[in-house]
Design a protein around this ligand. Structure first.
Ligand code: AP5
Ligand code: MG
Length: 212
């Protein structure tokens, strides 16, 4: 199954991608995580895009698609793939059609007010794991359960940057809902519920689709 996890920032794409990946053994490609890893490691790409993420803008379509293609080459696609945070523009969605056939798009909705609360309570690890200090805390405060590294607050979590990321989502990304609705592969998920309940909605749907 080739899946897209779609939604406004903080809607839980990363959180749910990890849970679904563990349950169904489907690998994840998160363009946001790849970009952040490159920035931390000060690679050529990282240096090129650092200022873009810091402001909450989108990385150029051509660069992003190339990053996705490179990652796909390194990934075992036998069980399918979960794309977290890609595509984000109509151009990316159209380019993706030449790269991979998508089976379902999970559109996780979330109110704008909740976006801000979730982002300010999020703690992230370099390994890609995501925590919420109240709703999904690590076992030991400030330390990743999986790899024991120190957790951090993402640079793009500042209120002004979050405001811009919401604006970018509304101007460039939200239109993809219509695009995938027309293709009849869009599945709406209520992201306002607790992590476990959102997970159950997605997971039940995948089981149902697998039976078809
Ligand atoms: P990216 O890393 O993709 O960020 P995003 O889409 O802005 O989304 P987030 O990662 O902030 O939120 P999420 O939906 O994953 O929520 P999470 O699970 O963390 O992209 C970052 C940047 O990279 C972009 O701004 C852009 O510059 C660039 N980029 C990436 N992809 C690109 C592309 N395709 N094209 C161009 N540029 C690109 O959850 C948030 C918090 O809430 C966590 O604390 C979590 O524990 C908690 N939480 C989750 N679900 C629940 C729940 N149900 N109840 C309570 N708490 C919850
Ligand atoms: Mg994420």
């Amino acid at each position: 199954m080739n899946l897209i996890f779609f939604g406004i920032i903080g809607s839980g794409k990363g959180t749910q991608a990890e849970l679904i990946s563990n349950k169904f053994h489907i690998p994840i490609i998160s363009t946001g995580n790849i970009f952040r890893r490159n920035i931390k490691n000060k690679t050529k790409l990282g240096i090129q895009i650092e200022h873009i993420l810091a402001k909450g803008h989108l990385v150029d379509d051509e660069i992003t698609v190339q990053v996705l293609k490179n990652e796909l080459k390194k990934t075992n696609l036998k069980k399918g793939i979960i794309l977290d945070g890609f595509p984000r523009t109509l151009h990316q969605a159209k380019m993706l059609e030449h790269i991979l056939s998508i089976d379902h798009v999970f559109n996780i909705s979330l109110s704008e007010h909740e976006v801000r609360t979730r982002i300010s309570n999020r703690r992230t690890c370099k390994c890609g794991a995501t925590y919420h200090i109240k709703h999904n805390p690590p076992k030991k405060e400030g330390i990743c359960d999986k790899c024991k590294r120190k957790l951090f607050v993402r640079d793009d979590s500042k209120p002004a940057v979050v405001k811009n990321r919401i604006r970018v989502y509304k101007n460039k990304t939200e239109k993809l809902i219509e695009f995938y609705k027309e293709k009849k592969i869009l599945i709406n998920i209520n992201g306002n519920l607790a992590i476990k309940e959102v997970f159950k909605q997605i997971s039940d749907k995948i089981i149902e689709l697998k039976k078809k």
